[in-house]
Design a protein around this ligand. Structure first.
Ligand SMILES: *Cc1c(COP(=O)(O)O)cnc(C)c1O
Ligand code: SF4
Length: 346
């Protein structure tokens, strides 16, 4: 009889990892060997702390200014009102023709596939989005599918949220099958931060619906700091690349987290090493409670110039901001804004 070698202990599946996320700031701080008394965190909030253990494992111990911790720990500064920062900075409520569908740009529509996220990012521009009205079941997608089928300009359907990958794969499989029936749609793009939190989300079930469809699949990850990239994530991304899935990254420019050219350069190189190309670097949307993450506009241009000096062109992310009513994400340089006759940057 042939004896099998002992199997390595199994990693927890992504659903279990999701359910084990930390939601109590005191637990998080104690895990990082930080004293809760020394930190101005907020304990109770509607959009409270949520962070999976896999992400916590990438944080530094004893460092209250750890760039990953700062992205997730609710801070008392969030309760300050700042002029110009409001609940719906992108005025998306007006571009929401039906629950779950946003159509801002001609050739692509965005579907709010799931309202849940594995993590609550403190700067999130969708934190006040009326998700209760935007959580359709598969049956409710019929209206959205009809809408997409009726507009031949729509080439691409973007899965967003919340985080679309917090939805189960059997649900995503059905949704993709229905979208593939619409001939003029060529691409499904998945905007997700979940694999950054829980790399094992890139699982065989996900790879199965990504590879069985005639649609081209693009995945846009959301990584803000080089410390967020780990070997496990790199390994899972390699599986996507092996299936001809294009993997891109978008970041948000965040004060005291990544607003420095060395960190952004290092991020680009580490992304490249993991087969991920930088796509966008977003300027912060002025959502209430996030003003302390804002980088002054005058600092953006020198930062971008330094990045262009240090990096090959294909590793320089496009620096953009959202301007309500603009027909695309607007490059951060003033001249483009003026050409569009849009409000100038402040
Ligand atoms: C960001 C966004 C897109 C995608 O824009 P690209 O420039 O193609 O990346 C599409 N629809 C909505 C509503 C968006 O917010
Ligand atoms: S994962 Fe994305 S949608 Fe969810 S809280 Fe973070 S930034 Fe917002």
């Amino acid at each position: 009889m042939i004896t099998q070698p002992l199997k390595k202990p199994q990693r927890r599946c992504w659903q279990t990892a999701l359910s084990l996320a930390i939601t109590d700031p005191v637990h998080l701080l104690e895990r990082l060997h930080l004293s809760p008394q020394a930190i101005a965190y907020c304990s109770k909030q509607a959009f409270g702390l949520r962070v999976p253990l896999e992400f916590v494992a990438k944080m530094q111990l004893h460092n209250p200014n750890d760039p990953l911790l700062l992205q997730v720990l609710p801070h008392q500064l969030e309760n300050q009102a700042t002029p110009g920062f409001n609940l719906d900075p992108l005025q998306e409520r007006q571009q929401n023709p039906m629950p779950g569908l946003l159509h801002k740009f001609a050739s692509r529509v965005l579907l709010v596939v799931s309202q849940a996220c594995a993590v609550h990012c403190r700067y999130c521009f969708r934190r006040y989005f009326p998700y209760e009205d935007n959580n359709p079941s598969l049956k409710d997608w019929e209206h959205s599918l009809k809408y997409i089928a009726a507009d031949p300009n729509i080439k691409e359907v973007i899965f967003s949220g919340g985080d679309p990958l917090s939805a189960p794969d059997r649900y995503l499989t059905k949704l993709v099958e229905r979208i593939a029936e619409i001939e003029h749609v060529k691409i499904i793009r998945i905007h997700t931060r979940l694999p950054v939190m829980i790399p094992q989300r890139i699982c065989p079930e996900l790879l199965s619906w990504c590879t069985k469809t005639r649609l081209k699949i693009i995945m846009v990850l959301h990584i803000n700091h080089p410390q967020e990239l780990c070997t496990a994530l790199k390994t899972q991304v390699a599986q996507l690349c092996a299936q001809q899935i294009l993997v891109l990254n978008q970041s948000v420019l965040l004060k005291n987290i990544n607003d420095c050219s060395q960190i952004l350069s290092e991020l680009s190189w580490k992304l490249f090493d993991a087969n991920i190309l930088p796509y966008y670097l977003h300027l912060l949307d002025p959502v209430q409670g996030s003003a302390h993450f804002g980088v002054a506009t005058k600092e953006v241009q020198p930062l971008l110039q330094q990045l262009m000096t240090d990096l090959p062109g294909y590793l320089v992310p496009k620096v953009v901001r959202e301007i309500p009513g603009a027909p695309y994400k607007v490059p951060a340089c003033l001249s483009c804004t003026q050409a569009l006759e849009l409000p100038t940057l402040t």
